[in-house]
Design a protein around this ligand. Structure first.
Ligand code: GDD
Ligand code: MG
Length: 353
């Protein structure tokens, strides 16, 4: 059966001021009552799988533990990184942990911060990918692209592999906008969804070949036996000094762009990377004027805007294409077309100290 691995160590900068260092977006209830992490776990219900393994920053261990407990997963292990080194090492830790006792499961690697509208289609697609993963393919899930988004990986579809998937001819992580546009025109590219199905040993083998220093650091960082003895929570702690020797690199650059063993299974499940406020506006419940309103807000002659009022009253008059997000100590007002720059703004704030 499948071993879910939930990557929950990102910072979600572009969703500031809701997403904060101490409370990043995967732990926030951005699309319903439960957090994105919890929705990710719920999405597995009904699928034949082992207890999920969550990997996140040490700083967020109690948030993660509490949210898992609310999903009835109080005994699920949580692997804690002293500092994030991106997804290539995070998945390596999961693969090493999973193979500790001579097992070699298929890892279903999921981002903790995606929205997927159609759970059944998601699960069916995962099941469709199992045979390829058993044959040692590193399976990606491909999404039909709709715009030249530069924040995604692009997968060029190659020869069919059986009836469900294709070999990957080319994988390009985060191309520039001109390149992305040309891929869209070409028509044989899919977006990388950022979810993977891989046999643990197959991933480790490819990592060894393409980015051995990541593997070495992770081997040295992982403790011999499972959870720390004096924790009441099932935390797995690393040798922090060893782990920081790992390069900071994503699985996309470290493995997927370089391997000859990548496959892609198309997924049509209403997937969205909840990356920015405009993405939240797109997938949110829009009223007749195209507004997504969360909390207590009064909008008069307002169109195509997202207003998230937090705990205070927010009022808007005569505006269009606006993002307004109010939290107790910070307010964001941005054009819906400039929300990618929130990242830069947060960097500036950090520099101000
Ligand atoms: N544990 C851990 N440690 N998790 C991490 C770390 C880390 O250091 N860094 C990121 N993550 C988690 C994030 O929380 C997220 O759930 C997932 O790993 C992916 O990381 P992102 O930082 O969000 O990646 P991205 O969005 O830039 O790009 C990836 O996803 C795209 C689709 O959303 C790539 O796989 C792209 O190719 C893909 O198109
Ligand atoms: Mg992402």
């Amino acid at each position: 059966s499948l071993q879910p691995v939930i990557l929950a160590g990102g910072s979600g900068t572009r969703l500031w001021p809701a997403s904060r260092q101490l409370h990043p977006k995967q732990f926030l209830p951005l699309l319903g009552k439960e957090s994105l992490l919890q929705q990710t776990l719920r999405r597995l219900e009904g699928l034949d799988h082992e207890t999920p393994l969550v990997i996140c920053n040490e700083e967020h261990r109690f948030l993660a533990a509490e949210q898992l407990r609310q999903c009835g997963l109080e005994n699920a292990p949580i692997l804690l990184e002293p500092e994030g080194r991106n997804t290539a090492p995070a998945i390596a830790l999961a693969a090493l942990h999973a193979t500790h006792e001579g097992n070699d499961p298929l890892l279903l690697v999921l981002a903790a911060d995606h929205a997927i509208a159609n759970t059944t289609a998601f699960q069916t697609t995962v099941v469709n990918a199992v045979v390829l993963a058993q044959e040692e393919w590193l399976v990606t899930f491909g999404i039909v692209p709709t715009k030249p988004e530069t924040g995604y990986g692009y997968i060029q579809q190659g020869e069919p592999l059986g009836s469900k998937g294709y070999a990957v001819r080319r994988f390009v992580e985060k191309p520039d906008v001109a390149t992305a546009t040309s891929y869209l025109e070409q028509g044989d590219y899919l977006w990388n969804s950022g979810m993977f199905l891989v046999r643990a040993s197959a991933y480790l083998r490819e990592l060894e070949q393409h980015e051995p220093s990541v593997l070495q650091a992770c081997r040295e960082a992982l403790p011999e036996s499972g959870a720390g003895a004096d924790d009441i929570y099932p935390f797995i702690r690393l040798n922090g000094e060893a782990f920081t020797h790992s390069p900071d690199i994503s699985v996309d650059y470290a493995v997927m762009e370089r391997t000859g063993k990548a496959a892609v299974v198309p997924m049509d499940a209403g997937w969205s990377d909840v990356g920015s406020w405009s993405a939240l506006w797109e997938i949110g419940e829009q009223d007749a004027s195209g507004n997504v309103i969360r909390g207590d807000a009064l909008a008069d002659d307002v169109q195509d805007s997202l207003i998230d009022s937090g705990r205070q009253l927010v009022t808007c008059i005569g505006v269009k294409d606006l993002i307004v997000v109010a939290t107790p100590d910070a307010v964001l007002v941005a054009s819906r077309h400039h929300v990618q720059e929130v990242r830069r703004l947060v960097d500036e704030l950090k520099n101000r100290g």
